[in-house]
Design a protein around this ligand. Structure first.
Ligand code: HEM
Length: 127
């Protein structure tokens, strides 16, 4: 029961985190100054902290760990890619022309993570 509540929390944070990223990305792509809204600067950090905290708790509960179990290693590495690509997509110093490719690449990373989460396989069970 507790496990499913935390899993629900994890998935809810995923949905909020990706929605906030798409919202900020859309504003950045249309050259709107999204940083002027404090909530858009602060909320992603809170949501992402809960997302990661719940991820670690779930991993501990099922006794599977990044750098031990391949699918969790893939999730952590793709999460790193999502964070770095997302930072470039939204960055103050990123040229406007480069935002879209970084934005799309970040969304592809998070899509890959969801596939890994659902299949428990770094290859989505295709190999
Ligand atoms: C943006 C990053 C992440 C996304 C999009 C994501 C997505 C998901 C989704 C959709 C599920 C539910 C899967 C299902 O219904 O069975 C899930 C479960 C889970 N995630 Fe994540 N996750 C992320 C980060 C992480 C990280 C970094 C870890 C590594 C510690 C992790 C560990 C887990 C675990 C252990 C489960 C439970 C698996 C199960 O009960 O079968 N997640 N994640």
């Amino acid at each position: 029961m507790e496990y499913f509540l935390v899993k629900y929390l994890h998935v809810t944070c995923v949905l909020i985190s990706v929605s906030l990223f798409i919202f900020r990305g859309s504003l950045a792509l249309s050259s709107r100054p999204w940083r002027q809204w404090r909530v858009l600067r602060v909320a992603p950090h809170i949501v992402d902290t809960v997302l990661l905290g719940s991820a670690l708790w779930l991993a501990w509960r099922i006794g599977q760990y990044p750098f031990v179990n391949g699918w969790l290693t893939a999730k952590v590495l793709a999460l790193l890619a999502y964070i770095l690509l997302g930072m470039r997509a939204l960055g103050k110093n990123t040229p406007q022309s480069q935002r879209l490719p970084f934005f799309v690449a970040a969304l592809l990373s998070v899509g890959y993570i969801v596939g890994v989460a659902l299949t428990h396989s770094s290859s989505w069970g295709l190999l």
